[in-house]
Design a protein around this ligand. Structure first.
Ligand code: LLP
Length: 426
């Protein structure tokens, strides 16, 4: 058998001219479950996780999967079974973790706008740590914890003011961002946290952005963080764990992010040199664990030649794959069954939603005909999790492949599902 893996997409390969995820032919899944259909590779996720584990070999590490990237229950269950905890940003995400069999004691809670109800819920569940993002939040968290007779474990998110060199919407560690406590205010904020009755200082964290493809922003942010830890500990406040957030990028369009183990080799050179190598570490990766493990299979509904552009209209749309419309993001698009010998043409690949912004790929060279099936690649992260019911389109189905087995992990939503919670007037 002739097998060609797609570069940067481990376990996604053409075998005898048909696209496979591990040992399962994607067109078989599309036939059984319809399109649009998300398909994920377990082996790819396992390998992505293993790269982090190699990078931290011999160190004290707790991995909290940033579940906002893909929070489908079976995906969470997979990571829980691998021993991971979770980085959550809402009470709803905490409920998902528990529903998937995850442990509250391995959960960290990030986000700038936690409500009192969410704080209570997380305290009662017994989460590992609150990653606090402002001085005002500290005061409220202490009040809520005191009222419950508890002390909330806290880490303070520092904004190190480094440029992650990524899309402005997903860069979070610059002065102008809403995230974290300014570098200059950090010591004072820790002193306040240590003085509040309902809090227990346990850590420090940063998260500088997402889809980062260079090592230097991490190195710069780490230097700043270590300076701060020295300052805080000199003031008599011990820091038990250091959390480096997530953000490592993936290959969408020839991007060349460092591998997780290579990144951590460089970071440990710094951490060891500065005497921090034996600390308890935490990380919050999302995209780099699931992004290139997934694709979205879609069918070509119509080809529409035009004077300026040719359109390839597919059954997946911006409600399924919002990243191109939101961030002008690039996702590679490949056929499930390449047509040998037929000439390629340039198309804008677009969905059925009634908006000009509903595009999935622009100026793509494709040899396609009506009824063909395509795969939108790098669709494991921030696609299903950000999908919507716009135009009363039910959310797509999802399949998790493991070797030759395909598990349906989400049934396609019906129209009735989408209006289940709505009420007619009396
Ligand atoms: N930790 C915190 C506090 C975060 O805010 C994020 C992502 C992560 C961890 C995980 O970052 P990752 O490893 O996935 O880069 N919807 C955008 C991405 C938004 C990321 C938000 N925060 C996109 O589709 O590109």
């Amino acid at each position: 058998m002739n097998s060609t893996e797609l570069p940067g997409h481990p376990h996604i390969a053409y075998r005898d001219n048909a696209l496979f995820v591990e040992d399962v032919r994607v067109s078989d899944l599309a036939r059984d479950h319809g399109t649009p259909l998300f398909v994920y590779s377990t082996a790819s996720m396992r390998e992505a996780l293993a790269a982090y584990q190699r990078g931290f070999a011999g160190r004290k590490l707790h991995i909290c999967y940033a579940m906002k990237a893909n929070s489908s229950l079976a995906m969470l269950q997979f990571f829980a079974r691998q021993g991971c905890g979770f980085d959550i940003v809402s009470g709803g995400e905490l409920e998902r973790v528990l529903a998937a069999g995850g442990e509250a004691g391995k959960v960290i809670f990030s986000g700038v706008g936690k409500t009192r109800a969410e704080m209570r819920q997380a305290l009662q569940a017994g989460i590992l740590c609150f990653n606090v993002e402002s001085e005002a939040e500290l005061e409220v968290l202490s009040e809520v914890a005191t009222a419950l007779g508890k002390r909330a474990p806290v880490s303070i998110r520092v904004n190190p003011n480094v440029d992650p060199k990524t899309h402005p919407y997903i860069s979070t560690g610059l002065k102008g961002n809403k995230f974290g406590v300014a570098h200059e205010r950090t010591l004072a904020t820790y002193q306040r946290a240590a003085a509040l009755p309902g809090l227990q200082v346990v850590g420090i964290d940063f998260h500088i952005g997402s889809q980062i493809t260079e090592v230097s922003p991490y190195l710069d942010a780490t230097d700043r963080l270590l300076d701060l830890i020295e300052l805080i500990e000199a003031a008599g406040i011990p820091i038990h764990h250091i959390d480096f957030g997530g953000g490592l990028g993936i290959n969408y369009n020839g991007d060349t992010p460092p591998a997780a183990d290579a990144l951590w080799q460089q970071l440990f050179a710094k951490l060891d040199a500065r005497g921090f190598g034996d600390r308890q570490f935490m990380i919050e990766p999302g995209r780099s664990l699931v992004g290139n493990a997934g694709l979205c299979a879609t069918e070509v509904l119509y080809l529409k030649p035009g004077e300026e552009k040719n359109f390839c209209i597919v059954d997946a749309a911006m409600n399924d794959l919002p990243r191109p419309a939101m961030y002008q993001a690039y996702h590679a698009i490949v056929p499930l069954q390449p047509r040998t010998g037929s000439p390629a043409q340039e198309y804008d690949v677009v969905g059925p939603v009634c908006e000009s912004g509903d595009w999935i790929g622009r100026d793509r060279s494709l040899a396609v005909q009506q009824g063909d099936q395509l795969a939108v690649l790098s669709a494991g992260a921030y696609c299903m999790a950000m999908s919507s019911n716009y135009n009363t389109r039910g959310r797509a189905a999802e399949v998790l492949v493991d070797g030759g087995q395909a598990h349906l992990i989400r049934t396609r939503e019906t129209a009735a599902d989408t209006f289940r919670n709505e009420h007619l007037l009396p």
